[in-house]
Design a protein around this ligand. Sequence first.
Ligand SMILES: [Zn+2]
Length: 49
Amino acid sequence: MRTRITLACTECKQRNYNTTKDKKTHPDRMEVSKYCRFCKRHTTHKETK
Ligand SMILES: [Zn+2]
């Protein structure tokens, strides 16, 4: 089953992405490098509740 999650930039704390993940493959909080339009560069984005 796929769960809806929100990805937030760890630098400016903006929530930039909504996505889904598989809880079986990612039981913990996901960390993804993605482009942040507020920081204007790639930053680490973390899953939030
Ligand atoms: Zn940012």
